[in-house]
Ligand binder design. Structure first.
Ligand code: MN3
Length: 212
């Protein structure tokens, strides 16, 4: 049974911290533009597609992403791009918190990272290499693939859930995520972003205590 409360219209999820809370790693203006303008545009465009499909107003974002054929062929790309932009940005902003020195995973996820990559430092190195290698616009994710951990690059606004993976951590490497402060220096943005990863959130998802 579908819940009786519609998801439509989708609203822009508020930031869990102040615009300047990620300084000096990500500047306040970038956070403001990225959240209030870019993320908002995906939200508005998603609502614009859904407006014509009252039957879909009860579908969650996950359902929309995994069942794009519910809309006409002409609207499928628009739905996937904007529902994907909504899902990915919601995850990205929640997956960060004010920076802390020595920010690292703990608990069962730390054990799994050590098993899969050898050490946290080896994980960071491989993550950075793959995030640098994302060509054009996209994301790099740490996902759970069954019981295995995996690094997953995605293009544009493709999502890991449409591919059947459970996301744990993600970095947005679209230029709008870092250009104001770092210009073309994506590597520096990645190094700084490591201080911001919300490992508590990743750990809860990994342990099945939180839905991504
Ligand atoms: Mn973005």
């Amino acid at each position: 049974m579908r819940t009786m409360k519609p998801h439509y219209e989708f609203t822009l999820p508020p930031l869990c911290y102040d615009y300047d809370a990620l300084e000096p790693h990500i500047d306040a203006e970038t956070v403001y533009l990225h959240h209030d303008k870019h993320f908002k545009a995906y939200t508005d465009n998603l609502n614009a597609v859904l407006k014509n499909y009252p039957k879909l107003w009860y579908y969650s974002i996950d359902e929309l992403l995994t069942k794009p054929k519910l809309v006409s062929k002409a609207d499928q790309t628009k739905l996937l791009n904007n529902a994907g932009g909504y899902y990915n940005h919601d995850f990205y902003f929640k997956n960060m918190r004010p920076g802390q020195p020595g920010n690292r995973p703990f608990g069962t996820l730390e054990d799994a990272i050590n098993r899969r990559f050898g050490s946290f430092e080896a994980f960071q190195k491989e993550f950075k290499e793959q995030a640098l290698a994302v060509f054009g616009s996209g994301y790099l994710w740490l996902v759970k693939d069954g019981s295995r951990l995996k690094l997953l690059p995605t293009k544009n606004q493709d999502t890991p859930i449409a591919l059947g993976y459970t996301p744990l951590v993600c970095i947005d490497v679209w230029e709008h995520a870092y250009y104001l402060k770092y210009q073309n220096r994506r590597a520096e943005y990645i190094d700084n972003w490591f201080y911001l990863i919300n490992w508590s959130m990743a750990e809860k998802i990994y342990d099945g205590l939180l839905k991504p």
